[in-house]
Design a protein around this ligand. Structure first.
Ligand SMILES: CC(C)(COP(=O)(O)OP(=O)(O)OC[C@H]1O[C@@H](n2cnc3c(N)ncnc32)[C@H](O)[C@@H]1OP(=O)(O)O)[C@@H](O)C(=O)NCCC(=O)NCCS
Length: 326
Protein backbone atom coordinates (compact mmCIF):
# COMPACT_ATOMS: atom_id res chain seq x y z
CA UNK A 1 0.00 0.00 0.00
CA UNK A 2 1.26 3.48 -0.88
CA UNK A 3 0.75 6.14 1.78
CA UNK A 4 1.07 9.85 1.19
CA UNK A 5 -0.38 13.33 1.56
CA UNK A 6 -4.02 13.61 0.46
CA UNK A 7 -4.34 17.29 1.32
CA UNK A 8 -2.25 20.13 2.71
CA UNK A 9 -3.03 23.53 4.25
CA UNK A 10 -1.45 26.28 6.29
CA UNK A 11 -2.30 29.34 8.32
CA UNK A 12 -0.24 32.38 9.23
CA UNK A 13 -1.43 35.06 11.66
CA UNK A 14 -2.15 38.44 10.09
CA UNK A 15 0.17 40.61 12.17
CA UNK A 16 3.54 41.18 10.46
CA UNK A 17 6.54 42.14 12.60
CA UNK A 18 9.34 43.54 10.42
CA UNK A 19 13.05 43.72 11.20
CA UNK A 20 12.70 47.50 11.26
CA UNK A 21 10.17 47.19 14.09
CA UNK A 22 12.57 44.77 15.84
CA UNK A 23 15.05 47.65 16.05
CA UNK A 24 12.75 49.32 18.58
CA UNK A 25 12.38 46.13 20.67
CA UNK A 26 16.02 44.97 21.05
CA UNK A 27 19.48 46.32 20.19
CA UNK A 28 19.64 45.06 16.61
CA UNK A 29 19.43 46.24 13.01
CA UNK A 30 17.53 45.14 9.93
CA UNK A 31 20.91 44.77 8.23
CA UNK A 32 22.27 42.43 10.96
CA UNK A 33 19.21 40.20 10.96
CA UNK A 34 18.96 40.00 7.17
CA UNK A 35 22.65 39.29 6.59
CA UNK A 36 23.03 36.76 9.45
CA UNK A 37 19.73 34.90 9.02
CA UNK A 38 17.91 35.87 5.79
CA UNK A 39 14.82 36.76 7.83
CA UNK A 40 13.05 40.03 6.93
CA UNK A 41 9.78 39.70 8.81
CA UNK A 42 7.73 37.21 10.81
CA UNK A 43 4.07 36.73 11.83
CA UNK A 44 2.86 37.16 15.39
CA UNK A 45 -0.35 35.56 16.70
CA UNK A 46 -3.07 37.87 18.02
CA UNK A 47 -3.52 37.96 21.81
CA UNK A 48 -6.54 35.68 21.57
CA UNK A 49 -4.89 33.20 19.19
CA UNK A 50 -3.30 30.07 20.66
CA UNK A 51 -1.70 27.07 18.96
CA UNK A 52 -5.01 25.20 18.64
CA UNK A 53 -6.56 28.18 16.79
CA UNK A 54 -3.75 28.27 14.23
CA UNK A 55 -3.85 24.46 13.96
CA UNK A 56 -7.60 24.45 13.42
CA UNK A 57 -7.42 26.93 10.53
CA UNK A 58 -4.59 25.03 8.81
CA UNK A 59 -6.40 21.71 9.36
CA UNK A 60 -9.65 22.90 7.78
CA UNK A 61 -7.74 23.83 4.61
CA UNK A 62 -5.94 20.47 4.55
CA UNK A 63 -9.24 18.56 4.95
CA UNK A 64 -10.83 20.60 2.16
CA UNK A 65 -7.80 20.06 -0.05
CA UNK A 66 -7.99 16.30 0.59
CA UNK A 67 -11.66 16.34 -0.40
CA UNK A 68 -12.62 14.04 2.47
CA UNK A 69 -15.27 14.14 5.15
CA UNK A 70 -13.79 15.27 8.50
CA UNK A 71 -15.25 12.20 10.18
CA UNK A 72 -12.99 9.95 8.09
CA UNK A 73 -10.08 11.15 10.24
CA UNK A 74 -9.24 8.59 12.91
CA UNK A 75 -6.19 10.20 14.53
CA UNK A 76 -5.07 13.80 15.10
CA UNK A 77 -1.41 14.48 15.92
CA UNK A 78 -0.25 17.99 16.76
CA UNK A 79 3.50 18.53 16.79
CA UNK A 80 4.21 21.57 18.94
CA UNK A 81 6.51 23.03 21.57
CA UNK A 82 3.91 25.61 22.52
CA UNK A 83 0.73 23.67 23.33
CA UNK A 84 -2.29 25.63 24.57
CA UNK A 85 -1.80 23.83 27.92
CA UNK A 86 0.37 21.00 29.23
CA UNK A 87 -3.01 19.28 29.79
CA UNK A 88 -5.24 18.70 27.85
CA UNK A 89 -3.39 18.08 24.62
CA UNK A 90 -3.71 20.63 21.84
CA UNK A 91 -4.64 17.76 19.51
CA UNK A 92 -7.73 16.98 21.62
CA UNK A 93 -8.77 20.65 21.47
CA UNK A 94 -8.29 20.68 17.69
CA UNK A 95 -10.27 17.44 17.30
CA UNK A 96 -13.17 19.10 19.14
CA UNK A 97 -12.90 22.41 17.24
CA UNK A 98 -13.05 20.61 13.89
CA UNK A 99 -15.93 18.51 15.20
CA UNK A 100 -14.49 15.13 14.35
CA UNK A 101 -16.82 12.73 16.09
CA UNK A 102 -14.44 9.93 16.90
CA UNK A 103 -10.68 10.22 16.63
CA UNK A 104 -7.67 9.57 18.82
CA UNK A 105 -5.62 12.68 19.55
CA UNK A 106 -2.20 13.40 21.02
CA UNK A 107 0.57 15.97 20.95
CA UNK A 108 4.13 15.31 19.97
CA UNK A 109 7.13 17.29 21.16
CA UNK A 110 10.11 17.14 18.84
CA UNK A 111 10.66 20.90 18.61
CA UNK A 112 11.44 22.04 15.06
CA UNK A 113 11.64 18.42 13.87
CA UNK A 114 8.05 17.95 15.08
CA UNK A 115 6.33 17.78 11.70
CA UNK A 116 8.74 15.16 10.35
CA UNK A 117 8.23 13.12 13.53
CA UNK A 118 4.43 13.50 13.34
CA UNK A 119 4.26 12.65 9.65
CA UNK A 120 6.39 9.54 10.20
CA UNK A 121 4.18 8.52 13.13
CA UNK A 122 0.97 9.06 11.15
CA UNK A 123 2.43 7.10 8.24
CA UNK A 124 3.35 4.25 10.61
CA UNK A 125 -0.18 4.03 12.06
CA UNK A 126 -1.60 3.70 8.54
CA UNK A 127 1.09 1.26 7.44
CA UNK A 128 0.33 -0.90 10.50
CA UNK A 129 -3.34 -1.02 9.48
CA UNK A 130 -4.55 0.72 12.64
CA UNK A 131 -6.00 3.83 10.98
CA UNK A 132 -6.81 4.81 7.39
CA UNK A 133 -6.65 8.59 7.59
CA UNK A 134 -4.53 10.66 9.94
CA UNK A 135 -4.39 14.45 10.36
CA UNK A 136 -0.88 15.67 11.19
CA UNK A 137 -0.28 19.25 12.21
CA UNK A 138 2.87 21.25 12.91
CA UNK A 139 2.00 24.42 14.82
CA UNK A 140 3.75 26.83 17.14
CA UNK A 141 3.21 30.19 18.76
CA UNK A 142 6.84 30.75 19.68
CA UNK A 143 6.24 34.45 20.30
CA UNK A 144 4.78 33.41 23.69
CA UNK A 145 7.97 31.67 24.89
CA UNK A 146 10.52 34.09 23.41
CA UNK A 147 12.53 36.40 25.63
CA UNK A 148 11.84 39.74 23.98
CA UNK A 149 14.95 41.11 25.73
CA UNK A 150 17.27 38.52 24.15
CA UNK A 151 18.34 39.69 20.70
CA UNK A 152 20.05 36.34 20.04
CA UNK A 153 16.73 34.48 19.93
CA UNK A 154 13.70 36.77 19.58
CA UNK A 155 14.65 37.88 16.06
CA UNK A 156 14.63 34.32 14.74
CA UNK A 157 11.16 32.93 15.36
CA UNK A 158 7.58 33.52 14.23
CA UNK A 159 4.14 31.95 14.63
CA UNK A 160 2.31 29.67 12.19
CA UNK A 161 0.70 26.32 11.45
CA UNK A 162 0.63 23.74 8.69
CA UNK A 163 -1.41 20.55 8.36
CA UNK A 164 -1.56 17.46 6.18
CA UNK A 165 -4.09 14.66 5.79
CA UNK A 166 -2.35 11.32 5.30
CA UNK A 167 -3.94 8.30 3.69
CA UNK A 168 -3.66 5.76 0.90
CA UNK A 169 -2.53 7.17 -2.47
CA UNK A 170 -2.49 5.59 -5.92
CA UNK A 171 1.05 6.59 -6.82
CA UNK A 172 4.17 7.72 -4.97
CA UNK A 173 3.78 8.74 -1.35
CA UNK A 174 6.27 8.04 1.44
CA UNK A 175 9.41 6.47 -0.02
CA UNK A 176 11.71 6.37 3.02
CA UNK A 177 12.72 8.30 6.07
CA UNK A 178 14.75 8.63 9.22
CA UNK A 179 14.27 10.00 12.74
CA UNK A 180 17.12 10.67 15.16
CA UNK A 181 17.84 12.34 18.49
CA UNK A 182 20.90 13.37 20.44
CA UNK A 183 19.73 14.13 23.96
CA UNK A 184 23.29 14.99 25.02
CA UNK A 185 22.65 18.37 23.42
CA UNK A 186 19.44 19.01 25.34
CA UNK A 187 20.78 22.12 27.08
CA UNK A 188 21.70 23.88 23.81
CA UNK A 189 18.08 24.80 23.06
CA UNK A 190 15.79 24.71 26.05
CA UNK A 191 12.97 26.39 27.97
CA UNK A 192 14.30 25.71 31.50
CA UNK A 193 11.12 26.45 33.44
CA UNK A 194 8.47 24.68 31.42
CA UNK A 195 7.89 21.42 33.22
CA UNK A 196 8.66 19.26 36.24
CA UNK A 197 12.42 20.02 36.42
CA UNK A 198 11.97 23.65 37.32
CA UNK A 199 8.32 24.45 38.02
CA UNK A 200 7.21 28.00 37.61
CA UNK A 201 7.91 30.02 40.80
CA UNK A 202 8.50 33.68 41.47
CA UNK A 203 12.32 33.37 41.16
CA UNK A 204 11.87 32.10 37.60
CA UNK A 205 10.79 35.59 36.62
CA UNK A 206 14.21 36.97 37.62
CA UNK A 207 16.18 34.31 35.74
CA UNK A 208 13.76 34.61 32.80
CA UNK A 209 13.84 30.81 32.66
CA UNK A 210 10.29 30.61 31.34
CA UNK A 211 11.73 31.65 27.97
CA UNK A 212 13.78 29.97 25.22
CA UNK A 213 17.53 29.81 25.86
CA UNK A 214 19.72 28.94 22.92
CA UNK A 215 23.39 28.47 22.14
CA UNK A 216 23.13 29.77 18.57
CA UNK A 217 26.59 28.81 17.41
CA UNK A 218 26.27 25.22 18.65
CA UNK A 219 22.83 24.84 17.08
CA UNK A 220 24.19 26.15 13.79
CA UNK A 221 27.01 23.58 13.84
CA UNK A 222 24.57 20.81 14.81
CA UNK A 223 22.22 21.73 11.93
CA UNK A 224 24.90 21.57 9.24
CA UNK A 225 26.09 18.23 10.67
CA UNK A 226 22.64 16.66 11.19
CA UNK A 227 21.15 17.65 7.80
CA UNK A 228 23.46 15.57 5.58
CA UNK A 229 23.51 12.72 8.10
CA UNK A 230 19.74 12.18 8.12
CA UNK A 231 19.47 12.88 4.39
CA UNK A 232 21.93 10.07 3.65
CA UNK A 233 19.80 7.59 5.64
CA UNK A 234 16.55 8.62 3.91
CA UNK A 235 18.13 8.41 0.46
CA UNK A 236 19.48 4.95 1.20
CA UNK A 237 16.11 3.74 2.50
CA UNK A 238 14.36 5.11 -0.59
CA UNK A 239 17.07 3.75 -2.90
CA UNK A 240 17.67 7.20 -4.36
CA UNK A 241 20.54 9.61 -4.96
CA UNK A 242 20.66 13.29 -4.10
CA UNK A 243 20.22 14.15 -7.80
CA UNK A 244 16.87 12.31 -7.76
CA UNK A 245 15.37 14.93 -5.41
CA UNK A 246 13.30 17.53 -7.28
CA UNK A 247 12.64 19.87 -4.37
CA UNK A 248 14.29 20.18 -0.97
CA UNK A 249 11.95 21.37 1.79
CA UNK A 250 14.34 22.19 4.62
CA UNK A 251 13.38 23.42 8.07
CA UNK A 252 13.40 27.23 7.74
CA UNK A 253 15.82 28.37 10.44
CA UNK A 254 18.58 30.35 8.75
CA UNK A 255 19.40 30.96 5.07
CA UNK A 256 23.09 30.39 5.83
CA UNK A 257 22.33 26.84 7.00
CA UNK A 258 20.39 26.14 3.77
CA UNK A 259 23.11 27.69 1.58
CA UNK A 260 25.83 25.64 3.22
CA UNK A 261 23.80 22.45 2.67
CA UNK A 262 23.15 23.31 -0.99
CA UNK A 263 26.88 23.82 -1.47
CA UNK A 264 27.73 20.57 0.28
CA UNK A 265 25.19 18.62 -1.80
CA UNK A 266 26.40 20.44 -4.96
CA UNK A 267 22.77 21.32 -5.72
CA UNK A 268 21.52 24.70 -6.95
CA UNK A 269 19.73 26.94 -4.43
CA UNK A 270 16.69 26.95 -6.77
CA UNK A 271 16.04 23.37 -5.67
CA UNK A 272 15.67 24.50 -2.04
CA UNK A 273 12.34 26.02 -1.09
CA UNK A 274 12.85 29.12 1.05
CA UNK A 275 10.22 31.30 2.74
CA UNK A 276 12.02 32.14 5.99
CA UNK A 277 12.42 35.71 4.74
CA UNK A 278 8.64 36.14 5.25
CA UNK A 279 7.97 34.01 8.32
CA UNK A 280 11.23 33.37 10.19
CA UNK A 281 11.45 30.06 12.02
CA UNK A 282 7.91 28.87 12.84
CA UNK A 283 9.34 25.73 14.51
CA UNK A 284 7.18 22.63 13.85
CA UNK A 285 5.20 24.58 11.24
CA UNK A 286 7.97 25.50 8.78
CA UNK A 287 7.86 22.33 6.69
CA UNK A 288 4.09 21.97 6.13
CA UNK A 289 3.79 25.71 5.44
CA UNK A 290 6.60 25.41 2.89
CA UNK A 291 5.01 22.37 1.18
CA UNK A 292 1.67 24.20 0.97
CA UNK A 293 3.20 27.38 -0.46
CA UNK A 294 5.45 25.53 -2.91
CA UNK A 295 2.45 23.57 -4.16
CA UNK A 296 0.34 26.72 -4.50
CA UNK A 297 3.15 28.40 -6.44
CA UNK A 298 3.22 25.48 -8.90
CA UNK A 299 6.65 24.33 -7.74
CA UNK A 300 5.45 20.79 -6.96
CA UNK A 301 4.02 18.52 -9.68
CA UNK A 302 2.71 14.99 -9.52
CA UNK A 303 5.65 12.57 -9.45
CA UNK A 304 8.09 15.10 -7.95
CA UNK A 305 10.28 13.77 -5.18
CA UNK A 306 10.45 16.00 -2.11
CA UNK A 307 13.01 15.71 0.66
CA UNK A 308 11.78 17.11 3.98
CA UNK A 309 14.47 17.75 6.60
CA UNK A 310 13.92 18.97 10.16
CA UNK A 311 16.29 19.70 13.05
CA UNK A 312 15.91 21.39 16.40
CA UNK A 313 15.66 21.15 20.18
CA UNK A 314 16.17 17.76 21.75
CA UNK A 315 18.38 17.74 19.91
CA UNK A 316 16.21 16.07 17.31
CA UNK A 317 16.57 15.67 13.58
CA UNK A 318 14.98 13.67 10.83
CA UNK A 319 13.94 13.54 7.22
CA UNK A 320 11.70 11.78 4.76
CA UNK A 321 11.25 11.51 1.03
CA UNK A 322 7.79 11.86 -0.48
CA UNK A 323 6.74 11.42 -4.08
CA UNK A 324 3.93 13.89 -4.71
CA UNK A 325 0.77 11.97 -5.56
CA UNK A 326 -1.75 14.65 -6.51
C1 LIG B 1 21.72 33.00 16.21
C2 LIG B 1 22.61 33.27 15.02
C3 LIG B 1 21.85 34.01 13.94
C4 LIG B 1 23.76 34.15 15.49
O1 LIG B 1 24.59 34.42 14.39
P1 LIG B 1 26.17 34.29 14.58
O2 LIG B 1 26.77 34.69 13.31
O3 LIG B 1 26.45 32.90 15.09
O4 LIG B 1 26.43 35.37 15.67
P2 LIG B 1 27.15 35.18 17.08
O5 LIG B 1 26.25 34.43 18.00
O6 LIG B 1 28.51 34.65 16.82
O7 LIG B 1 27.20 36.67 17.54
C5 LIG B 1 28.01 37.62 16.85
C6 LIG B 1 27.78 38.97 17.49
O8 LIG B 1 26.47 39.46 17.13
C7 LIG B 1 25.78 39.84 18.30
N1 LIG B 1 24.34 39.61 18.08
C8 LIG B 1 23.60 38.52 18.38
N2 LIG B 1 22.32 38.72 18.02
C9 LIG B 1 22.26 39.95 17.48
C10 LIG B 1 21.22 40.73 16.94
N3 LIG B 1 19.95 40.27 16.85
N4 LIG B 1 21.51 41.95 16.46
C11 LIG B 1 22.75 42.43 16.53
N5 LIG B 1 23.78 41.75 17.04
C12 LIG B 1 23.54 40.52 17.52
C13 LIG B 1 26.34 38.97 19.39
O9 LIG B 1 26.11 39.56 20.64
C14 LIG B 1 27.79 38.93 19.02
O10 LIG B 1 28.40 40.13 19.46
P3 LIG B 1 29.89 40.11 20.08
O11 LIG B 1 30.74 39.60 18.96
O12 LIG B 1 30.08 41.53 20.41
O13 LIG B 1 29.80 39.18 21.24
C15 LIG B 1 23.20 31.96 14.45
O14 LIG B 1 24.12 31.41 15.37
C16 LIG B 1 22.15 30.95 14.16
O15 LIG B 1 21.30 31.14 13.32
N6 LIG B 1 22.24 29.79 14.81
C17 LIG B 1 21.26 28.74 14.62
C18 LIG B 1 20.04 29.07 15.43
C19 LIG B 1 18.82 28.32 14.99
O16 LIG B 1 18.60 28.12 13.83
N7 LIG B 1 18.02 27.91 15.96
C20 LIG B 1 16.82 27.21 15.74
C21 LIG B 1 17.12 25.84 15.32
S1 LIG B 1 15.66 24.93 15.16
Amino acid sequence: MKIGILGIGSYLPERILTNKEMESIVDTTDEWITSRTGIRERRIAADDEATSDLSYKAALKAIEDAGIDKDEIELVIVATTTPDYSMPSTAAIVQDKIGIRKAAAFDMEAACTGFVYALTTGYSFIKAGIYKKVLVIGADVFSRILDWEDRGTCILFGDGAGAAVLGEVETGGYLGGDLQADGAGAQELIVPSSGSRKPFREEVLTSRDQFVKMNGREIFKFAVRAFPETTAVSLEKAGLKIEDIDLFIPHQANIRIIESIAKRFKQPMEKFYVNLDKYGNTSAATIPIAIDEARNEGKIKKGDRLLLVGFGGGLTYGSCILEWSK
